[in-house]
Ligand binder design. Structure first.
Ligand SMILES: [Zn+2]
Length: 84
């Protein structure tokens, strides 16, 4: 069963709700009854085989290309600078 995250506009809390796909989204905060906004659930993405961490890695691997290692400085996260 997927887990959805909701954020309350009134009190600001974020809470999770396990719902079926067929269930209607929640509209009221469980704490104060205020209006809630449905958020993208990280857990739901991980269950679908994607995973937020994978997109994080790909973003990290793109970093060395932009690293000015040719200038002699490099950066702590640059593998080229570590080898030299
Ligand atoms: Zn609330």
């Amino acid at each position: 069963m997927p887990v959805y995250e909701y954020k309350c506009h009134d009190c600001g809390i974020v809470f999770e709700a396990r719902q079926k796909f067929s269930d209607a989204p929640l509209t009221a905060c469980t704490a104060c009854g205020g209006k809630v906004e449905k958020m993208i659930s990280l857990g739901g993405f991980a269950l679908k085989g994607g995973g937020w961490y994978q997109s994080g890695y790909s973003a990290g691997s793109a970093q060395p290309a932009a690293c000015p290692s040719s200038a002699g400085g490099g950066c702590a996260g640059c593998p080229k600078a570590a080898n030299e």
